[in-house]
Design a protein around this ligand. Structure first.
Ligand code: ADP
Ligand code: MG
Length: 306
């Protein structure tokens, strides 16, 4: 007999709920969390829909991990420390093999990002995963999009473009000879990094920050507009992973500048402040509005649902 809704919740979603700031997790009408004294609560939600945000037949472990990482990335972009998450899950049917694998990916992400699962909602419908995350940031120290001034360094973590190349591989739209490169790139899409540790190190140092979900140009444009500055990128400074080092430049720049899905951080630092390890200075903020990258072809400005 198929599992009931409550049995399903008990079996797959009940055991991931303990954490330093969790007073009450799954099982009551709502969860109780205690953010550390002197902090502000940071909230965000992200939805992943099969066929829109991930290929329809992705492994359930990856679907779960990616959904959590994408949501957690918004906490990183704010410089927040993770407190917990809830999961609104819509499923077409009760497939226990699928659910088992999904809950494994969820458990991994919960551990890696220190996000206990404290509640959720389970419904029938087409496959859709919404992860709500809660975090805490010392009052007044959140990394906003709006704090950059002209003449600052524009920096990025990791090597943007890898996730878009990985998605192209997963969709069969592109091929790469070396297996290890293919694997690395696909993992960049399926298991985004979510730079929580970098983000807390940037509090009080970075003047503005955003995570790269829609594409470097598009997301820097949000930051630039919120700060009332412009951005001038230098294409030759964009960091390139070993896996993409032999790819033709226009293709590579397209992925790096407008690919999206990287979940790296883009941020601004006052001139002269050292760039943190694992990050690269890729340009500077200017007084003119808009984001430009002289020498690069006119790429589109990233993914838009509407
Ligand atoms: P209610 O009807 O009061 O909203 P539910 O019957 O939907 O409660 O859920 C019962 C409990 O199980 C609640 O604590 C809820 O947070 C939790 N829950 C439901 N679905 C999930 C899920 N997918 N993951 C984690 N917890 C869940
Ligand atoms: Mg409910």
């Amino acid at each position: 007999m198929a599992l009931t809704e409550f049995e399903l919740i008990r079996r797959y979603f009940c055991s991931l709920g303990s954490g330093a700031h969790v007073n009450l997790g799954v099982g009551d009408d709502a969860a109780l969390l205690s953010p550390p004294p002197g902090t502000q609560l940071v909230l965000s939600v992200d939805t992943a829909i099969a066929g829109v945000h991930f290929p329809e037949h992705s492994f359930p472990e990856d679907v779960a991990y990616r959904a959590v990482a994408c949501a957690a990335s918004d906490l990183a972009a704010m410089g927040a420390e993770p407190l917990g998450m809830t999961l609104a899950l819509s499923l077409p049917d009760v497939d226990e093999l699928w659910l088992h694998a999904f809950s494994e990916g969820l458990a991994q992400a919960s551990r890696v990002f220190s996000l206990p699962l404290v509640g959720g909602d389970t419904t029938r419908g087409s496959l859709c995963i919404s992860v709500q995350v809660a975090g805490a940031v010392p009052a007044g120290q959140a990394l906003l999009r709006s704090g950059a001034a002209p003449g600052e360094q524009v920096c990025v973590s990791g090597t943007p473009g890898d996730a878009a190349a990985g998605l192209a591989l997963l969709l069969g739209q592109w091929q790469v000879e070396e297996l290890s490169a293919a694997d690395y790139l696909q993992q960049r899409f399926l298991r985004p990094p979510c730079r929580l540790a970098l983000a807390s190190a940037l509090r009080g140092i970075a003047t503005a920050a955003i995570d790269i979900s829609d594409g470097l140009l598009a997301d820097l444009e949000h930051l630039a507009r919120a700060s009332g500055v412009g951005v001038r990128l230098q294409a030759e400074l964009l960091p390139v992973s070993a896996a993409l080092s032999t790819v033709e430049q226009v293709q590579r720049l397209g992925w790096a500048l407008s690919g999206g899905d990287d979940y790296e951080l883009a941020f601004t630092l006052p001139a002269g402040v050292p760039v943190p390890p694992g990050c690269t200075m890729i340009g500077e903020t200017t007084e003119e509005e808009g984001v430009v990258c002289p020498g690069a072809p006119p790429f589109n400005k990233g993914y838009r649902h509407f």
